[in-house]
Each structure stands twice: as structure tokens, then as C-alpha cells.
Design a protein around this ligand. Structure first.
Ligand code: DGJ
Length: 610
């Protein structure tokens, strides 16, 4: 890239060796000076072959490591062949440079620029059972390299038990890890600590990228700061369970990996089938955390965000949730919309409570038609009247969910994810997960969203997801394929999001998952903005947005001015403070404009104009 170099060579047997990733080096014919293999086997080390007694895979920096051949560090690829054999040895067979970047079947990924090049390295299993392909694409301007892996099965049946998107070995050195742990209403808090020997793992097992931990972290030189010092950033274009893990050996070498969380995961491949990992994103900067921010913001804005909203100014919205919760109806919403329009707001978003017979959080998820008592004439007259005020109209949905008290559950009880053992499925906010591994379930969601979007002029949709996955099982999968559930759920989700983007390209989609529980690069491929957190407190929001800003540009962070005392923390902050915080994201309001005092109305209008 413009400021970084990445160097791979092959060892004597053809294994990929990772020589260097860091600040740019001048080109040379050989970089052997960077490689000092431990030629002598140490006391009890295992040799890679009988002809190379000094070569132990455990002692060399590798580009990607299979297990069971004497490399005892974290494995990047774990496979089981038709006989149950788990010993694999992949050595180099071919390399290709493509003047482009391919899409990954079923998964979102970064869009190429005109000058994006891709390197494909094929490694063949010595017993000719599979090909491991490592794929690298280069985004020079943003000092970003994307990496991913594929397994091509050449035999009758193969089980993939683990396939990390990338693995990176660093030689000795002291490093800090900066990660973004959090929880509901306190997402992505910046946490920096020295890396220590042993394994450090940051992950999600929830089936969403989660509030607990973001699929983003940095390795930073201990002396680095906001403005200077070596920093590496790693992220994943994926919204499901992930594992980010770093192993530091007793010789202080580091192996770092990011990919689908292998816990409970397995994937069966038939002959000639391919398994594709999600795409990992790597970035280097010598200019500290802000250098990483510049790289990631440029990369996300140019290659992750797409569609007509990529470069368009986003409307200043008003969202009905904190003002009304479930208590919404046509008359009330129209009144609030009029007041909001007078203040200069540009989009009215009708949040939860508008559909089925939803009067609280115990019912109706799955029934995406207007509540007969609250909106007896449907949504069209409301949306049209709001449009006549010069505002766009938007709607809230939570399509991946089902409530027991719903028409959908009465018609399709088997679409609710649960164990066949008779164990009661675990509720979360009185709701359950729909089985997105099944095509008919995805088709239902596509149809009902399609019908909803055609029923009224809807310019914006907030896509919520308020619980983690549990009781994983699908009657649609044979017993030996149940380990595929979580990843197939993600593929189902992406297929629905693809459908919505293709059928309503002008729709502005805002992601959400109980606030910022799924704020990741994959969701940003579909929704150019994501509701950053349910915490709308003007002060605490700053830490959440600061953490999120390590990888996400301001144009992706939904940020609202809400009323005081704040609904989550009961804190009083001034209108200026709330605006000054929200203005660092996609500005919106989440309050009852009718309850504003005259001076507040005046104060609000200036910043909206600004
Ligand atoms: C959780 C979201 O984060 C909120 O903004 C709101 O949309 C509620 N869900 C509605 O149930």
C-alpha cells in the first residue's frame, strides 16, 4: 500500500512464511535478511519432515497454520476428511494476480476501486484432498489489505471445523492490544492493555457481532498515542459469532487471528464444493490511533458503504421511540411530524408499536401489517401527509423475530428456532428467533417487507434485532449439519438484505440491534448508518462514539438529541451539549417536539440549519 509493506515467502517445503507486515520497505530482490529460521531443532521440537530436521513449523512465522504437523500454536484451518483424519499439510501450488476483486458468494465484502489488485495463493494438501486458497486484496490509498481463505474440497466429503479469515505471525516485541468491549448502553469502550503471554481472546458467541465486544481491535506499539506510533487495526466483514485471538508464546512471538468463531461450528463440503471465510480487514499506520481512524474511515466510506446514500447528505430525522414508546397512532404521529417539520427536521421515523396488535413488547413480531386500531387506514395516508409537509417517512421493523402471540406463530410454529428435545426455547424481550437457515422463512420475510414497502411511500427503514441467538437447531438441516446453523443464519440474513437493497435501491436503511449490538462492517455494506447505542445521554454517548470512530466514519453513526432527564441515565445535560454530541454522527432527534418550550424550539432550529 502507499505506506505499508507485506512480505510472504516460502520455506524449503513450500509452506507460506510470513516475513513482514509494517511500514513500507524499499523493494529488494530478496528479503532473506528478515528471516532467521531456527535451523537447529530444539530439544523436543517436531520436524516438518525427515529431510528437514531443523525445520519445525512451530518455530517459524507462518502465513496460515494448519494443526497436527508440529505447529502447536492456534490453528487457522482445521479439517476432517472422510476417514476422520485431521492431519493436513498444505504447500504452495500456484499464485495469481488479478486486476480486480471477486465477490464472495453469499457474503458481503469490500468493493474494489479501479486500481484494486488481488493476489490468490493456492496451497495444495500433499494427499490431494483439498486446496487452501488465501486471497489478498490491496487498497493502497487507505493502507488496507483485505484477507480471506477458501477451502476447495477435492474428495467425496470434508468437514471444515475452523477456517480463520486470516492469521498473522509477528516476531518478538512488546505490544498493547486496544479493543472495544462493552455492553448494552455502553458499547465499544476503548480498552488498552499490554499483551501478555498466553491466549487473549475477544469474541462473540451470540450470533450477532454483539454489544460485548466489537469485531475490531488494534495491536499498538506501547509508546504509540492518538497521533503517532505504530498501530495495526484488524476487523471482519461479518455480523455473526466471531473470534479475535492473539497468542503470545514464551519466546514472545505473536500469532493473531480473526474469523468465524469455531465454537460449535462445522461445515460439510461435498466433492468440488468450496467454503469461503468472511473477509478480514488489516490496516497499518505509523500515526497512532488517528492514523488508523483515517485509514478505516476512508476505506469504509469508499469501499464498504455503497448505493445511492454513500455520498448523499443524510436527512435530519425525528424518531418516535423515546417520545411515545408503543403509544403511537396516526393522529399523534402526524401532529408530531408537523411540529418537527416546523423545526427543520427532514424525516419522520415511526418506530416500534405500529404493526399487528403490538401495544407492548409481548406480541406481534412477524406480523408486518399496520395495527388496525392505531392506523385503521394503513400507513399510506399518514406517509403521504408527512410527505406533503416536505418530510420523508420511515418505518421500524425487526424482521428476524417472532412472538408467540402473533399470527405468524399461529401459522408457522415450526419457524421458531428451538431444540427438538422438548426444551423450552429461551425468550429474550418476549421474543424468539426465526429460522433464517430455511429458504421459506427468508422468502416470507422478503415478501412481507416487499409488501410493506409497496404499501406506502417509505423512504427509510430501521432494521432492529433485539436478542441474541439461542437453542440453535433447524429441522431443515440433517443432524450432521447442525454445526452450520449460525453461519447459515448469517447467509439467510444477508440474502434478505440483498433482496431489500436490490428491490428498493433508494431506501435508506439504518441498522440497529438494541442500540449498537450489531455495528460491524458487514451490516454497513447494507445500511450506510447504524443506531450507535440506546444510550442517548449527551455525555456518555461521547465515549461510545469515540470508540466506534476507531473504525467507523461519523456518517455511519446514528446519533440523536433526546429529552432530559435522559431516559437511560436520568442525567440533565443542556441542549447544546446534546447537540454537540449528536452532531458528531448522523444527526437526529428523539423527543416529543410538542413538549419543547418556546426557547428550546428556537435553540433547536439553529443547529439543524447548521
Ligand atoms: C431497540 C432500539 O435500539 C430502540 O431504538 C428502539 O427501536 C426499540 N428497540 C424498539 O423496540
Amino acid at each position: 500500500t502507499e505506506n505499508s509493506s507485506y512480505i510472504i515467502v516460502l520455506d524449503a517445503l513450500g509452506h507460506g512464511l510470513h516475513l513482514y507486515y509494517g511500514g513500507q520497505l524499499e523493494h529488494r530482490e530478496s528479503f532473506e535478511n528478515l528471516y532467521s529460521p531456527m535451523e537447529l531443532g530444539q530439544g523436543c521440537s517436531i520436524s516438518a519432515s525427515k529431510d528437514t530436521p531443523g525445520l519445525s513449523l512451530n518455530n517459524i512465522p507462518r502465513e496460515y497454520g494448519e494443526i497436527s504437523r508440529g505447529d502447536y500454536r492456534l490453528g487457522s484451518v482445521e479439517l476432517q476428511d472422510i476417514q476422520g483424519d485431521q492431519a493436513w499439510d498444505f504447500t504452495f501450488s500456484e499464485a495469481r494476480i488479478l486486476q480486480d476483486k471477486k465477490e464472495i458468494p453469499g457474503l458481503p465484502s469490500a468493493l474494489p476501486a479501479q486500481d484494486t489488485q488481488t493476489l490468490e495463493l493456492d496451497f495444495k494438501d500433499l494427499a490431494n484432498r483439498a486446496v487452501l486458497r488465501l486471497v489478498y486484496s490491496v487498497f493502497p490509498e487507505w493502507d488496507v489489505i483485505t484477507r480471506r481463505a477458501e477451502i476447495h474440497n477435492l474428495q467425496d466429503r470434508l468437514t471444515v471445523k475452523n477456517l480463520m479469515s486470516f492469521s498473522l505471525d509477528f516476531s518478538q516485541g512488546s505490544w498493547d492490544i486496544t479493543s472495544l468491549p462493552g455492553r448494552w448502553i455502553a458499547e465499544r469502550q476503548i480498552h488498552r492493555r499490554p499483551l501478555q503471554q498466553g491466549i487473549t481472546e475477544m469474541n462473540s458467541r451470540r450470533g450477532i457481532s454483539s454489544h460485548d465486544c466489537s469485531p475490531f481491535f488494534m495491536l499498538q506499539h506501547p509508546g504509540s498515542s492518538e497521533h503517532q506510533g505504530e498501530s495495526y487495526a484488524f476487523s471482519l466483514v461479518y455480523s455473526g459469532s466471531f473470534s479475535a485471538r492473539i497468542e503470545q508464546s514464551n519466546r514472545e512471538e505473536i500469532r493473531l487471528q480473526l474469523g468465524i468463531n469455531p465454537q460449535g461450528f462445522s461445515w460439510e463440503l461435498k466433492k468440488n464444493q468450496i467454503f469461503h471465510s468472511p473477509e478480514g480487514v488489516l490496516s497499518y499506520s505509523s500515526e497512532g490511533s488517528n492514523g488508523i481512524r483515517r485509514n478505516m474511515h476512508g476505506f469504509v466510506q469508499n469501499h464498504i458503504i455503497r448505493g445511492p446514500w454513500q455520498w448523499k447528505d443524510r436527512p435530519v430525522l425525528i424518531n418516535s421511540w423515546e417520545a411515545n414508546y408503543f403509544d403511537v397512532n396516526e393522529k399523534k404521529i402526524l401532529k408530531q411530524a408537523k411540529q418537527a417539520a416546523d423545526l427543520g427536521m427532514e424525516l419522520y421515523v415511526l418506530d416500534d408499536g405500529w404493526f399487528g396488535h403490538r401495544d407492548d413488547d409481548t406480541s406481534s413480531l412477524g406480523d408486518w401489517f399496520p395495527h388496525a386500531k392505531k392506523f385503521p387506514r394503513g400507513l399510506k395516508p399518514l406517509a403521504e401527509k408527512i410527505n406533503a409537509l416536505g418530510m420523508d417517512f420511515g418505518i421500524w421493523v425487526e424482521p428476524e423475530m417472532i412472538c408467540l402471540d402473533s399470527k405468524l406463530y399461529r401459522e408457522h410454529p415450526d419457524w421458531l428456532v428451538q431444540s427438538p428435545s422438548g426444551l423450552e426455547p429461551c425468550p429474550g424481550r418476549n421474543q424468539y428467533i426465526l429460522d433464517l437457515t430455511r429458504e421459506e422463512v427468508c422468502d416470507y420475510i422478503k415478501d412481507s417487507l416487499g409488501t410493506l414497502l409497496k404499501s406506502a411511500p417509505i423512504g427509510y427503514m430501521k432494521w432492529d434485532m433485539n436478542r441474541s441467538l439461542s437453542d440453535l437447531y433447524s429441522p431443515g438441516l440433517p443432524p450432521e449439519n447442525q454445526g452450520e446453523f449460525q453461519h447459515r443464519y448469517q447467509l439467510g440474513l444477508y440474502s434478505i438484505l440483498e433482496y431489500v437493497s436490490a428491490h428498493c435501491p433508494e431506501l435508506l436503511l439504518e441498522g440497529c440491534a438494541s442500540g449498537g449490538g450489531r455495528f460491524d462492517l458487514a451490516m454497513l455494506c447494507y445500511s450506510p448508518q447504524i443506531w450507535t447505542s440506546d444510550n442517548s445521554d449527551g455525555f456518555e454517548r461521547q465515549a461510545i462514539q469515540r470508540g466506534t470512530s476507531l473504525f467507523a466514519p461519523p456518517s455511519t453513526m446514528g446519533a440523536h438529541v433526546s429529552s432530559v432527564p435522559n431516559h437511560q441515565l436520568l442525567r440533565q445535560t443542556t441542549l447544546e451539549t446534546r447537540f454537540n454530541t449528536a452532531a458528531f454522527g448522523v444527526l437526529g432527534y428523539e423527543l416529543d417536539p410538542g413538549k419543547l418550550r418556546p426557547w428550546e424550539k428556537k435553540v433547536i432550529q439553529g443547529p439543524i440549519k447548521l
